[in-house]
Ligand binder design. Sequence first.
Ligand SMILES: Cc1cc2nc3c(=O)[nH]c(=O)nc-3n(C[C@H](O)[C@H](O)[C@H](O)COP(=O)(O)O)c2cc1C
Length: 343
Amino acid sequence: MDWYSLTRQLFFRLSGETSHELGLDLLGAGERLGLLKHLAPAVANLETEVAGIRFANPVGLAAGLDKNGDYIDAFARLGFGFIEIGTVTPRPQPGNPKPRLFRLPEQRAIINRMGFNNKGVDHLVERVKASSYEGVLGINIGKNFDTAVEDATQDYLTCLDKVYPHADYITVNISSPNTPGLRTLQYGDALKELLEPLKERQAQLTSEHGHKPIFVKIAPDMSAEEVGLVADTLLATGMEGVIATNTTLSREGVEGARYGDEQGGLSGAPVEDLATQTVRLLAAELGGKLPIIGVGGILDGEGAVDKIDAGASLVQVYSGFIYRGPELIGECVDALAAQRARG
Ligand SMILES: Cc1cc2nc3c(=O)[nH]c(=O)nc-3n(C[C@H](O)[C@H](O)[C@H](O)COP(=O)(O)O)c2cc1C
């Protein structure tokens, strides 16, 4: 049994969030003690250029696992082609009351209602400055839970200003189901009114810090028509990529399961088809004008291949990483290399 399977067996006896925190602490300690470089499996190179950025491979860590940028160097050791930290908000906030993270192992799923628990953008920036990571770093930004949705733009601008100099790309997260009202920003005029000022601010920041693309992360719970409208707005406002998708509000695939009725966003295997379908719809609407990052339910190499087949240029993993551990990264890269070789 490999080291990840062993620690996983021990950790899965603990509550969702306790094991999560212990796992991250252990990862951080492994890095500080210099153990990770021996334990982490080697990952092949599979260079990929997207939105003007060169990625060592197309398999990234999705947002939400390293919300504060506290474990960047540790995750870097595991062979990710890119790492997305956050979601970060302007001010620190505790998130929702615990319990708020539930594992559904039989369904290879997670339900969470963390609610953007994070130490605030200033802490995250300090952590990025202290890290020695040289690979691609995305920083995912959001709004504080007590900022009214009408005032959300200011929160995103505050975060954009602070993270911009330290990121390779910035993700605007408008798709977490756990911050009341956040998802309404995905629709109609609200989306345009959020993205236009961000685009303007990006232009100002570019002169001092160079160009950093802005991506937008969307939910898997939209109709085809809604996906079409979002795609139009992303193009009209000059966004440079779209991350599809966040967790789902659907409970298909977890009916009757322990914790299946918990409130929050569902991720892992049950969101896979919804996410892939969203990627496919986006690809059809965008016609190659914007790159898509596919995320949701990737649990093996085949899952990664399916996202690329649907039209994604890069993929990210979260729940699959929790269930499979670091071996998932190399497995996905190898499967994508084989897919590329097939043409
Ligand atoms: C516990 C947990 C926390 C998450 N936190 C965030 C977050 O802060 N920001 C974000 O954009 N996505 C967040 N996500 C969503 C993931 O980044 C990803 O989009 C989603 O889980 C689907 O991918 P997966 O099936 O590989 O997990 C979170 C997911 C989980 C399970």
